[in-house]
Design a protein around this ligand. Structure first.
Ligand code: 5RP
Length: 242
């Protein structure tokens, strides 16, 4: 059977394959969410079968857990393990200070919890997501359902007071045009900020807002970024060995 793989997929697969070189037997891994992370999960499953690699994995979403389970990857949870050796995850935007915007797939909360428990975060991505200044990807903010409209207004006021003008927070919608609900039962609002001048200031203000659970800003958490190219090559920045 001939499998049709797009040039976009070639870059994602190349980054995932490079990330796999960081994995050693005995490791506890965090498995990210999204189409690039899904390549990593697929290649990891192949390596477990072909090379007898022994790992135990904490998925960052229901969708990743289902994929890993279907590929017979051994799974564990953060209740059963204190730390994670390595988490491999995608990103929606990154800068060269290792700051990320994540949450395009709606899994930002579990992704951040797993990344916080990990000794090393490796991001697999492509060059289209590189940015000199974060903000071209709308920033996802996870909020609780209770009082969501009020929290949304507060968030709009916070960003306006920080100098981001005319930003209207939009509820994330699912395929049926209903409000998207995260694995943890929360909602997501997306903020079209265009250009975030001071990422830490924004994070500090948003996270203090009652009703906000987490934001998609992952600041300085990634230690390695692997950028896959459509010709199947990739470039690594940051720590090249753990
Ligand atoms: C999910 C994420 C993903 O890592 C991010 O959206 C990138 O996804 P993809 O690899 O499909 O472009 O943060 O919440």
């Amino acid at each position: 059977m001939v499998v049709d793989i797009t040039s976009n997929d070639l870059g994602k697969r190349a980054a995932a394959a490079r990330a796999l070189e960081f994995v050693e037997s005995g490791m506890i891994l965090g498995l990210g969410t999204g189409s690039t992370a899904a390549w990593f999960v697929k290649l990891l499953a192949e390596k477990i079968i072909t090379e007898g690699l022994v790992v135990s994995c904490v998925p960052t979403s229901r969708i990743t857990r289902d994929q890993a389970y279907s590929l017979k990857i051994p799974l564990t949870t953060l209740e059963k393990t204190d730390f994670i050796d390595l988490v491999v995850d995608g990103a929606d935007e990154f800068d060269l200070d290792f700051n990320l915007i994540k949450g395009g797939g709606g899994a930002l909360l579990q992704e951040k919890i797993v990344a916080s428990a990990a000794k090393h975060m490796l991001v697999i991505t492509d060059s289209s997501k590189e940015s000199l200044c974060l903000g071209s990807f709308d920033l996802p903010v996870e909020i609780v359902k209770f009082g969501a409209s009020s929290t949304k207004r507060f968030v709009e006021n916070i960003v306006r007071d920080l100098g981001y003008h005319d930003v209207c927070a939009k509820y994330r919608k699912n395929a049926d045009n209903e409000r998207f609900v995260t694995d943890e039962g929360h909602l997501i609002i997306d903020l079209a900020l265009k250009k975030i001048n001071e990422v830490s200031v924004l994070q500090d203000h948003l996270i203090k807002c009652a009703g906000v659970v987490e934001t998609g800003l992952f600041l300085g958490m990634a230690k390695t970024i692997v950028i896959g190219n459509s010709d199947g090559s990739c470039k690594l920045i940051g720590v090249s060995k753990i």
